[in-house]
Design a protein around this ligand. Structure first.
Ligand SMILES: Cc1cc2nc3c(=O)[nH]c(=O)nc-3n(C[C@H](O)[C@H](O)[C@H](O)COP(=O)(O)O)c2cc1C
Length: 172
């Protein structure tokens, strides 16, 4: 059930060494791009990083919790055409969230590492990435999605009441 899938997805920061089948990931990326997109602009592309030296450099990004990236089988970096739409940041989030759920359905675990707006040694993190990654011209890296088979215990999600998060226009 889709609700169970949503409950079972967790941010995973420890992965097994097991390789990930890229054809499977490619298929999931296609479906991740089928979400809503402002004026159907579809400004998001992907950079796949699966070579050890680059993963080790990603791990040195120094943003919130990145050391484990050296040991993941594969990372997807979302890239945005920032000149074609004003909504590229939201669109990257839509695509990432879709991908995380698609991956979970396939038995794969993921996390979400924010790049956009972060810095490495007082410079935008994107500048650091460009020193070792082949980022196509005109595209801005937004976030990293590590992908693999998780190797950590996760707590079951508790049910919770959302009454205080819902507001009504009319008294009831
Ligand atoms: C916009 C956004 C940015 C995030 N950035 C990071 C990040 O930089 N590093 C990280 O380890 N987790 C990051 N996360 C993941 C959250 O920490 C995680 O979703 C949260 O702890 C809840 O855990 P859960 O995903 O298992 O429900 C980010 C999540 C979102 C939505």
């Amino acid at each position: 059930m889709f609700k169970d899938l949503i409950k079972d997805r967790h941010t995973i920061r420890t992965y097994k060494n097991d390789a990930v089948d890229f054809d499977t990931v490619k298929e999931l990326l296609k479906f991740a791009l089928m979400g809503p997109s402002y004026k159907s602009a579809r400004p998001i592309e992907f950079l796949v990083v699966d070579d050890k030296p680059s993963l080790e450099k990603l791990a040195k990004l120094g943003a919130f919790s990145t050391k484990y990236l050296a040991d993941v089988p594969l990372c997807i970096i979302t890239l945005a055409h920032t000149d074609t739409t004003t909504t590229w940041l939201q669109e990257s989030a839509v695509v990432t969230a879709y991908f995380q759920l698609l991956a979970k359905e396939e038995g794969l675990d993921t996390a979400w590492v924010n790049i956009y707006g972060t810095e490495k040694e007082d410079k935008p993190a994107s500048e650091y990435l460009a020193t070792f990654l082949d980022i196509p011209a005109g595209l801005t890296p937004v976030n990293i999605i590590p992908v693999g088979y998780g190797d950590e215990r996760v707590r079951k999600r508790k049910d919770f009441d959302i009454s205080d998060k819902i507001h009504f226009n009319t008294p009831r």
